[in-house]
Design a binder for this molecule. Sequence first.
Ligand SMILES: O=C(O)CCC(=O)C(=O)O
Ligand SMILES: [Fe+2]
Length: 155
Amino acid sequence: MNVYPHLAPIANRWHEAMGIDVRFPDDHAAFIARCHAAGQTRPTPLLLQYGEGDYNALHQDLYGEHVFPLQIAVLLSQPGEDFEGGEFVLTEQRPRMQSRAMVVPLKQGDAVVFAVDSRPVQGTRGFYRVKLLHGVSKLRSGHRHTLGIIFHDAA
Ligand SMILES: O=C(O)CCC(=O)C(=O)O
Ligand SMILES: [Fe+2]
């Protein structure tokens, strides 16, 4: 599976809508070369394991100047069977409003594609930026594994 080429055009449309000048090449290797040239050389894909009581506080995976604006998390365990609790949570912060929470109901093998930092939302006067955070609620029992794919390398 090579998903980056499908995401790069979306990333470019998002940047255009948000008035950000940076554009992304079709080829992931070319984008990684840009990260490396800026000292972002550490690979970022991760396998995460959560046990009972573990959680992942709301955060953003920003690891340097170069940021690919979309990332992926794949749930490797079966909710309700392998673990209880441990929901994937997003919050969206709109200008002058309080944050909205969203729970993404993932089953084993599902992937969620989400904004690393901000996404454009159509308003009455063009697009505005909505800031996202993501995290995982506390596991009540069992074990939960995920694969996280972040397309930029880290400094
Ligand atoms: O465990 C998860 O579902 C999300 C982990 C995470 O923060 C990430 O993939 O960036
Ligand atoms: Fe994360």
